[in-house]
Ligand binder design. Sequence first.
Ligand code: PNS
Length: 159
Amino acid sequence: MITAIYPGSFDPITMGHLDIIERGAQIFDEVVVAVLENPHKTPLFSIEERKQLIEQSVKNLGNVRVETFMGLLVDYLRVKGARVVIRGLRAVSDFEFELQNATINRKLWPPTETFFMPTSTNYSYLSSSIVKEIAKYGGDVSGLVPPHVEEALRCKYGR
Ligand code: PNS
């Protein structure tokens, strides 16, 4: 039984994240989406809101769960008894940061293995930051995020 942890900020979840979750859920027995609660950052959506938006997005996937974590990813992995991490790669520009994180995580806890999945080309340009920027100025984010996230963005920005 292999549990893969898919960590991230998910502020908010996008179709790019969902693509990785759906494909990961076909490969691994279980995928746990782990939402980082970072006390040094002020996200648009609270940790509970981010968790709920993801839960609603994955409700049709039987082997996907959503949790939150604070602190180091490797400490969370150890507590969960998991060693597999999934991260999506959109472009070469993602690789440097992701390789650094994967290498540091393995130094901190050698059993950690990070699996990189290329994001589907339809979503290679997509990020939570871009979605927020578009939504903030009233642009159309349909197709970039699930419909309930679109609605949540409209509420946040008072549209
Ligand atoms: O969605 P993001 O913001 O690109 O996700 C980054 C994340 C959450 C995977 C990464 O920042 C992380 O694992 N943070 C927890 C702290 C940690 O363990 N950092 C790695 C060693 S420097």
